[in-house]
Design a protein around this ligand. Structure first.
Ligand SMILES: O=C([O-])CC(=O)C(=O)O
Length: 174
């Protein structure tokens, strides 16, 4: 594993310690074993932006090539490992354009290049075959990941222990 983002001092375990009494259903979490960390940082957090697409990364490319403003791009790729939704070029674009992270419920490729990108990248797996870009998909919509709704503007926190989603930013006491 590479180092976590130095400027981000949270851990999902600390977050969950401070949020565990909230039984409202507003807090959602996913196990760390679901995703593998592929980027230069193993920890990232920020407001959510979304893309939903299946084996077509047109909108992923458009998103990472636009200003990220510290957001995390959540890509609902339907869990497909047949085509890679992000590779070295798009990972480098995400880093250059100020995205805090990209979480892909699907596959990535170009593992060496992704490790060199200064951005957090979590994905289900990796596969060498890229997508065909046909302009298909939707952006800025709620996406459903493992049965949990994740909405644009909500906050996501990701590290090796797992992924936590909250309605807004959380600052746990240390
Ligand atoms: O361009 C793509 O479709 C994915 C890729 O290989 C890259 O980001 O370098």
């Amino acid at each position: 594993m590479t180092s976590p983002t130095p400027s981000i001092g949270f851990s999902t375990c600390d977050l969950c310690d401070s949020l565990k009494a909230d039984t409202s259903g507003a807090i959602r979490w996913l196990p760390g074993s679901l995703y593998r960390s592929y980027g230069g940082f193993d920890r990232f957090a920020g407001p959510i932006a979304t893309v939903r697409c299946l084996e077509d990364n047109s909108l992923v490319k458009a998103a990472v090539e636009s200003f990220g403003a510290g957001r995390v791009l959540v890509v609902d790729g339907g869990g497909s490992l047949r085509r890679a939704l992000l590779g070295g070029n798009l990972g480098a674009s995400a880093a250059k354009n100020g995205w805090a992270g990209v979480l892909i419920h699907g596959a990535v490729r170009d593992l060496q290049e992704l490790k060199a990108a200064s951005v957090g990248i979590f994905a289900l797996g990796h596969v060498p075959m890229p997508t065909d870009r046909r302009g298909q998909g939707v952006e800025d919509v709620p996406v459903q990941i493992e049965g949990h709704w994740l909405r644009p503007g909500e906050w996501i926190y990701a590290d090796e222990d797992g992924v936590v989603v909250t309605p807004g930013p959380v600052h746990p006491a240390h």
